[in-house]
Write a protein that binds this ligand. Structure first.
Ligand code: PLP
Length: 376
């Protein structure tokens, strides 16, 4: 049996006929191609789903993070608190604007930013915290909100992997100043190309986002450019696809949750103590199924073994952000301890196949192969 990591064909079939109708409508001139009905409808439906007042569809998740930082007027040299373990986009948004990133350790059980350690990294230059709801788990909002209030710093959450995740009945996208989502095709709510959005409850932020995404144009007078904006507008075809997929999001979440539950079997029997599955909270919308092995040798030989059994795995993420070649010393404030934790994580994690279209047989096959690996 072959188990692919991302099953593009199967995931997208469900939305095919609806998308074709939307494309026909665009071709036939029944809806505007830029800022048309599809993006307006998606923005309305997604903000309703999240429970946030406003949603702005954008070009992608990195642009969403960059725009959110521009909205709060970051300046070169401002410090931005980020987790030491995340996708590089979280850091790039800050670095591309000349900011300095200040990585904070993550918690061992779920690899999310450790809210109890944030305070010690705050200085007079700290402008914002970017907590990341990595793998679909939700960061601790209560503590982070208190820190932001006490120190008067913004919180922009990186919700790229957390569509539909919630905590205490509140959905991600409705918890901090601005929330940045990615709709990259592999995400739980993935588009058929590039897309992202920001959700917020703040009208002033919303209007500024909408201006910046459209060359900084005034919302009242399109001849006037009130900000040095750019072109980060959302795409109508992606909006049409996402609106259709959004109808299925709860099924997507439930299916992924049930796969995480199946993988939990790996923590029993003879694989006990050989690996750990990161903890997914009750309200999470699991995006990736992450296990943690004892060391890099075991992790890498498991990858090889699974590959020989036709099972694709991935590592999210293999090279820690601070180890990327382009990073210069003056762009980052990091201690050896914080760096070492990120390196240990990158060396020992592994992402197993999981999606709403992986069936029980495939997941059981992955489990059997991992069990067998530890018997041999
Ligand atoms: C945690 C995180 N932040 C930001 C992004 C950036 O999103 P995009 O690829 O849509 O620019 C991603 C997407 O891969 C992500 O996983």
């Amino acid at each position: 049996m072959e188990v692919k990591f991302f099953k593009q064909n199967k995931i997208n079939q469900l939305y095919k006929s609806s998308l074709i109708n939307s494309i026909n409508a665009l071709i036939d001139g029944k809806s505007a191609i830029v800022f048309g009905n599809y993006s307006k409808e998606f923005e309305k439906k997604y903000s309703e789903y999240i429970g946030a007042k406003y949603c702005s569809l954008l070009s992608n998740g990195l642009d969403a993070l960059s725009i959110a930082l521009k909205v709060i007027n970051v300046n070169p040299g401002d410090e931005i608190i980020v987790p030491n373990h995340t996708y590089i986009a979280t850091w790039l948004a800050a670095l591309n604007l000349g900011c300095v990133v200040v990585p904070v350790p993550v918690k061992e059980n779920n690899l999310l930013i450790d809210e109890n350690k944030i305070k010690q990294f705050i200085t007079s230059k700290t402008k914002a915290i970017i907590p990341v709801h990595l793998y679909g788990n939700v960061t601790n909002i209560k503590e982070i909100r208190e820190i932001s209030k006490e120190h008067e710093i913004f919180v922009i959450d990186d919700a790229a992997q957390a569509h539909g995740s919630s905590t205490g009945g509140n959905k991600v996208g409705n918890l901090f100043n601005m929330s940045c989502f990615s709709f990259y095709p592999t995400k739980n709510l993935g588009a058929l190309g590039e897309a992202g959005c920001i959700t917020t409850n703040n009208l002033e932020f919303f209007e500024k986002i909408n201006s910046i995404r459209n060359y900084g144009k005034s919302l009242d007078n399109s001849s006037e450019n009130i900000f040095q904006g750019s072109n980060h507008r959302g795409d109508e075809i992606q909006a049409a696809f996402l609106t259709e997929k959004l109808k299925n999001i709860e099924n997507i979440i439930q299916k992924r949750k049930s796969i995480i539950n199946s993988y939990k079997k790996l923590e029993n029997g003879h694989t006990k103590n050989k690996l750990k599955i990161i903890e997914y909270s009750e309200g999470s919308s699991p995006h990736l199924a992450i296990i943690k092995l004892k060391n890099v040798q075991v992790r890498n030989s498991l990858i090889k073994n699974l590959r020989s059994n036709n099972i694709q795995t991935m590592i999210h993420y293999e090279i820690p952000c601070h180890k990327k070649q382009f990073i210069k010393q003056n762009q980052i404030i990091i201690s050896d301890e914080v760096a070492l934790q990120a390196e240990e994580i990158s060396n020992t994690i592994l992402s197993l196949p999981m999606s709403e279209v992986h069936d029980e047989e495939e997941i059981n096959y992955v489990i059997d192969c991992i069990n067998q690996f530890f018997i041999d």
